[in-house]
Design a binder for this molecule. Structure first.
Ligand SMILES: *Cc1c(COP(=O)(O)O)cnc(C)c1O
Length: 361
């Protein structure tokens, strides 16, 4: 059986280092917002070549806090892609704002910048872009629309740690980059975690206040804040993993290049474009008979996933939010997309086996 992902195997290479840093935190006697979080924030900001990083409890919280710190009015609109993970939509709702969905480009799976302008109203305040599957959005086009209409830009980077667009790191082009360190992500912790990156010093300061009960001085509360802090233990683990992020991404890119060169044409493959450095958080192919293909792969010992089987606008949780909207491209993707194994734990040999089975379908 070839697993879709094997987190024990991914992390086993770091067990010794994890044990060392765990002991360090254990013996420090300081478990919330201490040296480990501060050090990881410095290290991750340095890695992203950005001024500030603020650790928070999850990727969802990173998005919510970024939206909250702008102090938009209730009901203001945020434009976002119709085919993201539900967290992106939920963040807008939790921030008391209105998500407005724009269809993705059918080739890149990222928001189609040419459709954004038509969705802008007098209430539009921001664009929440999602760099899906490890490929960044067409940021020049998006930033041009944002500049024209004076909109803020938040980048959901939960699937794009280390990805680049024209040499620039995910999360550094808009106002904020929101990261998740959920265990399966390219930079995954051993539990929940997240972070915001920004070049704005006041914005970073404000996020630090919001994540910690709206307080910058102990027991003095100036804002209706949250408890959303990156854990000391997770920060310590992440500090270890960050040293290997480039190696993890390089491994996934190498596996992706094998798929790209060996898979037969009947599968719709991810596009590779000049100026984009993709990190293949997910290697998504498309096929008109996806469910049968998935069953066939499972029968032949290959586990796959679907990201995502139900588009956000069809989820019961958001019933009534998107009435009247039609999103055929999101639905086409949801019905045909299939994620193939592409883990740091997979070998070239395993990927060649998957390819062999696929090409016989
Ligand atoms: C994983 C993910 C999130 C949420 O991250 P959590 O840490 O689980 O809250 C948000 N957006 C996208 C696109 C994701 O893939």
């Amino acid at each position: 059986m070839i697993a879709y992902e094997d987190l024990k195997k991914v992390n086993s290479r770091f067990f010794d280092e994890y044990s060392d840093v765990f002991k360090r935190v254990l013996h420090s006697g300081w478990y919330i917002l201490g040296q480990e979080v501060t050090q990881f924030e410095l290290d991750f900001a340095h890695y992203c070549k950005v001024k500030h990083c603020v650790g928070v409890a999850s990727g969802l919280d990173a998005l919510v806090l970024a939206l909250k710190q702008f102090s938009f009015s209730a009901g203001d609109e945020v434009i976002m892609p119709s085919n993201s993970y539900i967290a992106s939509v939920l963040s807008v709702l939790h921030a008391g704002l209105k998500p407005v969905l724009v269809e993705p480009d059918i080739h890149s799976y990222n928001i189609d910048p040419t459709l954004i302008e038509a969705a802008i109203t007098t209430k539009t305040k921001a664009i929440l872009v999602v760099h899906l599957y490890g490929k960044m959005c067409d940021m020049n086009a998006i930033m041009a629309v944002a500049a024209k209409y004076n909109l803020r830009v938040i980048e959901d980077c939960a699937q794009s740690h280390g990805a680049k667009y024209r040499g620039e790191m995910a999360g550094t082009i808009g106002d904020f980059g929101a990261y998740s360190f959920y265990p399966t992500k390219n930079l995954g912790a051993l539990g929940d975690g997240g972070a915001l990156i920004t070049n704005s010093t006041p914005a970073a300061q404000q996020i630090k206040v919001l994540r910690n009960y709206g307080s910058s001085v102990k027991y003095v509360n100036d804002e209706v804040g949250y408890n959303s802090r990156l854990d000391e233990v997770q920060a310590a683990f992440l500090g270890v993993k960050l040293k290997y992020l480039d190696a993890i991404n390089a491994h996934k890119r190498m596996l992706a290049s094998i798929y790209l060169s060996e898979l037969k044409e009947r599968f719709i493959l991810p596009v590779v474009s000049n100026g984009y450095e993709d990190v293949y958080h997910i290697f998504a192919i498309r096929h008109h008979d996806r469910d049968r293909l998935r069953g066939y792969l499972l029968d032949n010992g290959v586990k796959t996933e679907v990201h995502y089987p139900i588009s956000p606008h069809q989820q019961k949780a958001v019933k009534g939010v998107f009435t009247g909207g039609i999103f055929p491209i999101a639905e086409e993707i949801q019905n045909t997309v299939l994620s193939l194994p592409i883990s740091f734990a997979h070998t070239q040999d395993e990927i060649l086996q998957v390819i062999d089975i696929l090409n016989k379908f």
